[in-house]
Design a protein. Structure first.
Length: 193
């Protein structure tokens, strides 16, 4: 894969490289990649996340399976009483208000049974690394056990707990996402941003 030379390579960290087969584009957002994958024309593309970029133009890339853009991941914080679970939801809400999350997410306070509650943070799976970092950087702690990942979300939905409260968290992206014809016109451009 031949990558084009980019200026200010550090601004590309957490964006994506798309290998179209006959050419490569650097600097797609997760939402743009997800939209490309919905198109029959681009179902064959290979996707790489930029984990690091250096002044000399080198980039650390990690391959990303296409199906990850169709899945949700999450973090689940368990508690044995409603008050503890509510406190976890409030801490999460305050964090999202003071430090915007990496992507749009939803939070649930749910009841499994009389003595098991969970505060669930659910988001697009392609942002799993960023959400982990967001919580770690904020030193987010809960009183009970925690679980996470794609499988944890599937298990949560299968269990169908009683949802007591919901919240939506929104992110402010550093990049404007292109959609539709604007995105399709841009796929031949080697450096997207």
């Amino acid at each position: 894969m031949d990558l084009p030379k980019v200026e200010n390579p550090d601004k590309y960290t957490s964006l994506y490289v798309v290998d179209f087969g006959d050419h490569t584009g650097v600097g797609f957002t997760a939402r743009e990649v997800a939209e490309l994958l919905e198109s029959e024309k681009f179902k064959h593309i290979k996707i790489y996340k930029i984990h690091g970029a250096y002044p000399d133009g080198r980039m650390e890339l990690k391959g990303v399976p296409a199906d990850i853009f169709q899945l949700e991941a999450g973090m689940f914080f368990y508690a044995h009483d409603l008050e503890t679970a509510q406190a976890d939801l409030e801490k999460l809400t305050k964090l999202a208000d003071s430090n915007l999350p990496p992507a749009r997410a939803k939070a649930h306070l749910a009841k499994y049974d009389e003595h098991e509650f969970v505060t669930a943070l659910i988001y697009p799976a392609e942002y799993d690394d960023q959400f982990s970092k967001w919580l770690l950087d904020a030193d987010f702690k809960t009183a009970g056990p925690a679980a996470g990942g794609i499988g944890a979300v599937q298990s949560y939905y299968e269990h169908q707990p009683e949802i007591l409260q919901t919240r939506q968290f929104f992110a402010e992206s550093a990049y404007q996402n292109r959609t539709g014809d604007d995105l399709l016109r841009a796929v031949k451009i080697a450096v997207q941003r």
